[in-house]
Design a protein around this ligand. Sequence first.
Ligand SMILES: [Fe+2]
Ligand SMILES: [Fe+2]
Length: 297
Amino acid sequence: MEAYIVDSLEQHLFFGRIMKEHALFLEAGFLPPNSGLARESERLMRAFEGLLSRAIGLSDCVVRRRVLDSGELFTPFTDCAERQTQRLTGIPIDRTLTARTMALAGNHRGEICLPRGLDRQVRQLNREGLRLVDQLIDLKERTLRGADGCALFTANYPLLIEHILREARHYRGHLARLEGMDCRCCREPCEEELFWDQIMMEHALFMRGLLDPTEEELIRTADGFAGDYRQLLVASAAANAKVMGCQNALELTRKFRDFKHAGVEGIESCKIRALILPLLADHVLREANHYIRLLEE
Ligand SMILES: [Fe+2]
Ligand SMILES: [Fe+2]
C-alpha cells in the first residue's frame, strides 16, 4: 500500500504538471478559427492544475527526497519560465503550484507514517487522473488528425503533437497499472528505456526545427543528439545490448540535459533566437531529468 501511494503521487507530481503544460502549448498554438479547441485546451489545463494541486496537498513527507531533488518537478528556471510564458502568451499560469512543490518535504526512509485514509484519497486521484488524461488524449488525437488532414493550422509541429500524445498514453499506462487495469504487474525496464530514448530523440528533432535558421551551431548540435539517440534505439533493439544500452543512455542523456540546461538559460535571457516558449524549454529539461533519475535507479 505504501509503494502504491508513493508511486501514484510521484507520477502525478511529474506527469500532472507535464499534462497541464501540454494543454498550454496546444492552446497557444491555435488560431482564431480554432478558438473552440483553444478553449477546450484551457479547460483541461485548469483541470490538470486542480489535479496537481490535490497531489501536492497529499505529498508532503510522503514522496521520496530523490524525486524532489531530481529536477523533474521543477528546475531553477521553472518559476521564471512560467512568469515569462504567461506574459508572452497571455495565458494565466498558477505559479503557486510551483512554489508549493518546491516547499515539499521528502519522506524519511523507514519512518514513513501515512495519514489514515490516504490510500482512498490517492485512489480517487488516480481515477480522476485517468478520466482527465483520456480527455486530453482525445483532444490531442483530434488536433493531430486535423493537422495531418490540413483541416486546421496549429503552430505546433505534427511530430510535437504525436510526441505529447505518446507521453499522455504513457502516463495513462502508469495509472492503469497502479489501478490494476493493466495485467502486467510492472513495466519492463527496457520498454521504459526505449520509450524515453525515443522521447529524447524527438526533443532533439523538434528543437532543431524550432531554432531560428541563423542558430547554425545549436541546430548542428541538436541534429547530433537526434542521430545519437537514433543509433541507441537501433542498438537497444538488439536483445543482448540492454546493459550496455543503459550505460550509454545515461551518458548521452546527461550530455543532452546539459545542452537543454544551456538552452533554457539562453531562451530565458533572450540570447537564443527560436520559436520556443521558455516553459517548453524548461519542460524538456525536466523530462530529461526524469529519465536520468529512472536510469540511475
Ligand atoms: Fe512533454
Ligand atoms: Fe517530451
